[in-house]
Design a binder for this molecule. Structure first.
Ligand SMILES: [Zn+2]
Ligand SMILES: [Zn+2]
Length: 563
């Protein structure tokens, strides 16, 4: 397998007739998926999603793919294909459209409807939509696209086959191979086989569950656990799940009907998405089942079900507010049942357990994937991936959608089915893969950083300011101010020291004032008159002292003022 090398430089000019693949997100992380295909000077983009920040991104709202590599070629984009409606695939689209608003958007009916609702929030108008369905073939410039039904944790997901003069590419998007899905729409292995017969030159495939042996459990198999949780509850039931998991919500609605309960949506995205899913016929709702959340509260508790957002412990979500007793109208009672019918995305563990503890403290019975089978994954496990490799028989493989360990495991599966060692490419974000004469290889690297959305600014905050925030959060802050006369070489005032975030008394810092004063006067005596250099002197002395005495590495802000 080829590995991404840090010494890679900008790729050479793409040979005529070659196809270039530029991953701008999603290779090396689960989130912000975005892949650019280049052929004959024209571009096709597949997916444009967001990544949700973790604890080491304090204050950041969202992380976007880095558009830098294509920013001066936005006019060359023929279309943006959205494989399905999950945030990690569509969430960054409004930010790309802010840069060029008329990029044609291609996706299934549900995917584009979910996207459309975002445009209103971003005040984007006159966007160009092409609704496609499984089996459709449609061309944009030199790219002929064919769509294939795949089964995932959201309805209406599509894989996309891309034909150009360079050959046939198959991108699975996110998928699994549930053979008994709720809507009967299975991953179309017939189409995969047909494309395989035609000859798939490059296969981009979902790595998320490549480390998980065997087959992903059927979605239907969680029905008994849901049923049991409802049966055991004599009070209210609150179910938290992803606001896009239409089939999971359908199962909860079915359980509610069976147990004689009414249902209300809680959380803005749940209300919005379920409205769309219902309107488009993806969700079957018997008349009278759904009531307004405030109306629901008037019913006896054993007739109530709330379906809520916040299954990942997001601090501002409905479930977190319920757990903190700060929700405006949902007040948890002793023996209410809370079901977290969702996965636990890596990085969210602490937040989720905090919510579970909060709910438990209030007396709720919490049912989650750790104590009942109330969730199955939306991604193919190793067994399913092996099937795919054997059916598609790809010539070259590029594992996508995963952390490095997932992509590596996926690459191992490809090799196990006979894909030659050097035809399995392990690339991370920014690593460029060229398909030339049927052979795919790594040809270089483009700029590809994290772009942070912080409040209303996009890309304004850098990794170094985040580092500052982390230091502030973990190590505290010390400032030191002196007023100097560089002519006489004397300190006229100070050092004045202020510290924040320290357990020690302020007087503790008195001990370092003498050494600071001496160091600054010595530096001036040695001929240093530049205030920046004097500040660096103070930073060194103070930093060393705090490190030795207090075992801390705070942010140090030295200020030298010339009198
Ligand atoms: Zn997905
Ligand atoms: Zn995804």
């Amino acid at each position: 397998m080829s590995h991404p090398h840090p010494e890679l430089t900008a790729p050479p000019t793409l040979p005529k007739g070659g196809l270039r693949v530029i991953p701008l997100g999603g290779l090396g992380e689960v989130g912000r998926n975005m892949t650019v295909f280049e052929y004959d000077g024209r571009l096709l983009v597949v997916d444009c999603g967001v990544l949700f920040p973790e604890d080491h991104h304090p204050g950041v709202d969202l992380i976007l793919p880095d558009f830098a590599a294509i920013r001066d070629r936005l006019d060359a984009i023929e279309a943006l294909v959205l494989t399905h409606g999950h945030e990690d695939h569509i969430g960054a689209t409004p930010y790309l459209l802010r840069e060029r608003g008329d990029i044609p958007l291609v996706g299934s009916r549900l995917t584009l409807a979910l996207l459309e609702s975002k445009f209103r929030e971003h005040r984007l108008k006159n966007t160009v939509h092409h609704v496609v369905a499984a089996g459709d073939v449609i061309s944009f410039g030199p790219f002929e696209l064919e769509f294939v039904a795949v089964n995932h944790s959201i309805p209406d997901a599509l894989a996309v086959a891309i034909r150009t003069g360079a050959g046939l590419v198959l991108h699975t998007g996110d998928f699994k191979m549930d053979q008994l899905p709720l809507d009967g729409r299975i991953t179309d292995l017939n189409a995969f086989a047909r494309l395989g017969e035609e000859g798939v030159d490059l296969f981009l495939t979902d790595s998320t569950n490549a480390e998980v042996p065997g087959f992903t459990t059927h979605e239907k198999d969680i029905t008994p656990s849901l049923d049991r949780a409802f049966y055991n509850s004599s009070q209210r039931v609150i179910v938290a799940c992803f606001a896009s998991h239409v089939h999971r919500v359908q199962q909860v609605l079915d359980a509610a009907v069976k147990h004689g309960r009414k249902v209300a949506w809680v959380g803005r995205s749940m209300v919005r998405n379920m409205g769309i899913a219902r309107e488009l016929g993806y969700l079957t709702v018997p008349p009278g089942l759904i009531v307004d959340a405030k109306e629901l509260g008037k019913l006896p508790p054993h007739q109530q079900v709330l379906i809520s957002t916040g299954s990942q412990g997001e601090p501002l979500s409905a479930l977190s507010r319920i757990a903190q007793r700060s929700h405006s109208f949902v007040h948890l009672e002793e023996n209410d049942t809370v079901i977290l019918a969702s996965s636990l995305i890596p990085g969210n563990e602490n937040a989720v357990y905090r919510v579970i503890n909060g709910l438990s403290r209030l007396g709720a019975n919490v049912v989650h994937k750790g104590n009942a089978m109330v969730h199955v994954s939306g991604h193919a496990s190793a067994g399913e991936l092996l099937y795919c490799y054997n059916i598609v028989k790809p010539r070259n493989v590029l594992p996508v959608h995963g952390e490095v360990r997932h992509m590596r495991a996926n690459g191992d599966l490809a090799r196990a089915t006979g894909v030659p060692h050097d035809r399995v490419l392990l690339a991370e974000d920014g690593v460029v893969v060229d398909l030339v004469d049927g052979v795919a290889s790594i040809s270089g690297k483009v700029e590809c950083g994290y772009v942070f959305v912080d409040g209303s600014t996009v890309g304004g905050i850098s990794e170094s300011s985040l580092k500052d925030r982390r230091i502030l959060g973990e190590e505290g802050f010390v400032s030191v101010i002196v007023v100097v006369d560089t002519v006489t070489g004397k300190v006229l005032s100070g050092p004045e020291i202020h510290a924040r975030g320290f357990a020690e008394e302020a007087s503790k810092f008195d001990k370092v004032r003498g050494p600071l004063l001496a160091a600054v006067e010595q530096a001036m005596a040695d001929g240093t008159t530049d205030t920046y250099q004097l500040q660096q002197t103070m930073r060194r002395v103070l930093g060393r002292w705090v490190g030795n005495q207090l075992r801390r590495r705070p942010m140090i802000v030295p200020v030298v003022v010339e009198a």
